[in-house]
Design a protein around this ligand. Structure first.
Ligand code: SF4
Ligand code: SF4
Length: 174
């Protein structure tokens, strides 16, 4: 059988003028890059903040941490139905007929007692659909962004638990 020998294509010869061109482009691109760097090193425009001493305020319409002001929740399930990833878990029972009549702050009668309201924020994609459909507007996105967590389990928020209820004073205005 005949053996075929492949030859590597010869590299173009580096001429003196090409060498000077390469040096020129290397110096030019370094100078441009360092110019941008020094503009920010010695420039007046501040591009970073001294976090956590200084904190950015997110715009009021930010879709950050969800909060359910459970006293105003009527357990209608609309948020859970609207959620595209099914990360809202609700359980409620009918209020006894002889129980005192209670209402939300917007005057909607509360006919069910909320027993569980949990959102698994590890699954949540912050689409905002659940807040849009909430008839009493008790479910809202807040501007709170400092809730990093070490475990997935701790990202499941039980909105009836005292520690989560304590957020209210910190993150819900009014
Ligand atoms: S923001 Fe979207 S994904 Fe998150 S709980 Fe609400 S509906 Fe579900
Ligand atoms: S839509 Fe609002 S009122 Fe209805 S269950 Fe969800 S949080 Fe409660």
């Amino acid at each position: 059988m005949e053996t075929i020998h492949l030859k590597k294509a010869a590299e173009p010869e580096l001429t003196l003028s090409q060498w000077f061109k390469n040096v020129y482009y290397a110096v030019k691109s370094t100078a441009v890059g360092m110019g941008i760097t020094f503009k920010y090193v010695w420039g007046r425009e501040v591009v970073t903040i001294e976090y956590p001493e200084v904190r950015e305020e997110l715009p009021s319409n930010s879709r950050s941490r969800l909060f359910n002001d459970a006293e105003n929740c009527i357990s209608c399930l609309q948020c859970a139905v609207a959620c595209p990833v099914d990360c809202i878990y609700i359980a409620a029972v009918k209020r006894p007929t002889d129980a005192p009549k209670i209402k939300t702050k917007d005057g909607t009668p509360i006919r069910l007692d909320l027993k569980q309201y949990t959102i698994d924020t590890a699954l949540c994609m912050y689409c905002g659909l659940c807040t849009t459909v909430c008839p009493t507007e008790c479910l809202t996105h807040t501007t709170d962004y400092e809730y990093a967590s070490y475990t997935l389990a701790s990202m499941k928020y039980d909105y009836l638990a005292p520690d989560i209820r304590a957020w209210r004073t910190r993150i819900v205005k009014s």
